[in-house]
Design a protein around this ligand. Structure first.
Ligand code: CTP
Length: 403
């Protein structure tokens, strides 16, 4: 999803060492198709030069309210009227205090104060030392800025330039970018809580071996990200995969099918939608050896017996909340052939209103896919596209069904 393409953003820098991240943010915004107009305070210029920001944004930087380049000499009015949003990153403690009081003694605070608040959202990314962040004055200011309708992004946690460790770092450029993409996305899933299962499960044979499958988890992670972008609260129950957690998504890592069932059951009462993309192992060894099973030299192979795993989706789909319509369940079907026939039969067997079919061997581990949406009215194809694009289409489809 690129909700930023074609937008015009005023990127304001106030004084803080995190200004170096704003250079990267500026570049990323330009790459996403944004025209970026940089405005810097005098303090910001102590940390980053206007020359750098001009080169990265491809536009002259504004630093003074007395800039004579503006014919009407009203840079603060002109800049704020052209913008789709104003993003202040870094927003220092002092700059936020200024915003709070409506002070406007230099260009950036003037632009913020002069913006038409209904049309031009103001988003700030705080950056400061942990004590400054924790100070009641700052926390009071943050709460009041939010109450005034200003979007205050989270702060990061970790090592700080001052040598201390704690809350208050500015988010990384890619995190701010992700929050901005989400900011502009249509909120079709606002007030929904989406629970997603993703990835394979791993069923242990002994401490060093197990059975699993080739699911990468990419489709489920893309769905979790798309749901969060659409304004949902999202919980992602993930089997063993090597994927970063989508921003703003709560993740629970599990290994076996039974752990996945426990995690789902601990969350499902809060959920209004379940999307089960996980490739859950159908069977597990009936016993798990405490120690590694060794060869005994006889050439005999160990005989493994399997028992069936619980069916997570079918279990949830039979619950009272799902049956009453309070929980909308979406299943996936990974098939190798006869997709329509298998997906249609599987939808009925699982007792879900919507089942999404895909060809497992063709998609496992890939970044793209094609989906077949099967419901009681028939089937609809979502043609071949990236998993992220398909996830967005699926979430939009689910949102329409929830209405
Ligand atoms: N599923 C589940 N728990 C299981 C097995 C499957 O929750 N123990 C869910 C999957 O997450 C998916 C759907 O059920 O949403 C179908 O999974 P799939 O593996 O395609 O089907 P199976 O039920 O395993 O049927 P089969 O192996 O016969 O194709």
């Amino acid at each position: 999803m690129n909700t930023l393409a074609g937008k015009h953003i005023v990127l304001g820098l106030s004084g803080g060492i995190a200004a170096f991240k704003s250079a990267e943010l500026c570049r990323a915004l330009v790459k996403a198709g944004v025209t970026v107009q940089v405005v810097m305070t005098e303090a910001a210029e102590q940390f980053m030069t206007a020359v750098t920001m001009q080169a990265l944004s491809g536009r002259p930087v504004y630093t003074s309210q007395w800039d004579t380049r503006e014919a009407n000499n009203m840079a603060h009015i002109n800049l704020s009227r052209e913008a789709d949003a104003i993003v202040v990153a870094p927003a220092s403690a002092d700059f936020m205090a200024k915003l709070l009081h409506g002070r406007a003694d230099e260009l950036l605070s003037l632009v913020c104060l002069a913006r038409p608040i209904e049309q031009v959202p103001l988003i700030v990314a705080p950056a400061m030392n942990r004590e400054m962040w924790a100070n009641p004055a700052t926390q009071r200011n943050v709460a009041q800025l939010k109450a005034d309708g200003i979007h205050v992004l989270d702060v990061g946690q970790g090592d700080q330039a001052c040598g201390e460790t704690g809350d208050g770092r500015m988010l990384e450029a890619e995190e701010i970018l992700e929050d901005l993409v989400a900011f502009f996305a249509p909120k079709t899933m606002a007030s929904q809580h989406v629970l997603v299962t993703a990835g394979p499960t791993y069923e242990a044979i002994d401490p060093v071996r197990g059975i699993t499958n080739l699911s990468s988890g990419k489709m489920g992670f893309a769905i979790a990200r798309a749901a969060r972008m659409a304004g949902a609260q999202v919980t992602l129950v993930a089997g063993p995969v090597h994927l970063p957690t989508p921003r703003g998504v709560q993740r629970m890592d599990v290994r076996s099918a039974r752990q996945m069932l426990d995690a789902v059951q601990s969350q499902v009462d809060k959920a209004s939608v379940l999307v089960a993309t996980a490739a859950v192992a159908d069977w597990r060894p009936d016993t798990q050896a405490d120690q590694k099973i060794k060869k005994d030299g006889s050439g005999q192979t160990p005989s493994l017996k399997f028992v069936e795993n619980p069916d997570i989706l079918a279990t949830v789909a039979q619950s009272a909340r799902a049956q009453s319509g309070a929980l909308f369940c979406v299943g996936f079907a990974a098939e190798s052939h006869d997709l329509l026939a298998h997906a249609t039969a599987k939808r009925l067997r699982k007792g879900v209103p919507l089942l999404v079919g895909n060809i497992g061997p063709a998609t496992f581990g890939q970044d793209d896919n094609a989906l077949l949406l099967v419901d009681d009215a028939g089937a609809r194809e979502l043609p071949h596209a990236s998993k992220q694009a398909l996830a967005e289409q699926l979430i939009a489809d689910i949102a329409r069904r929830l209405k």
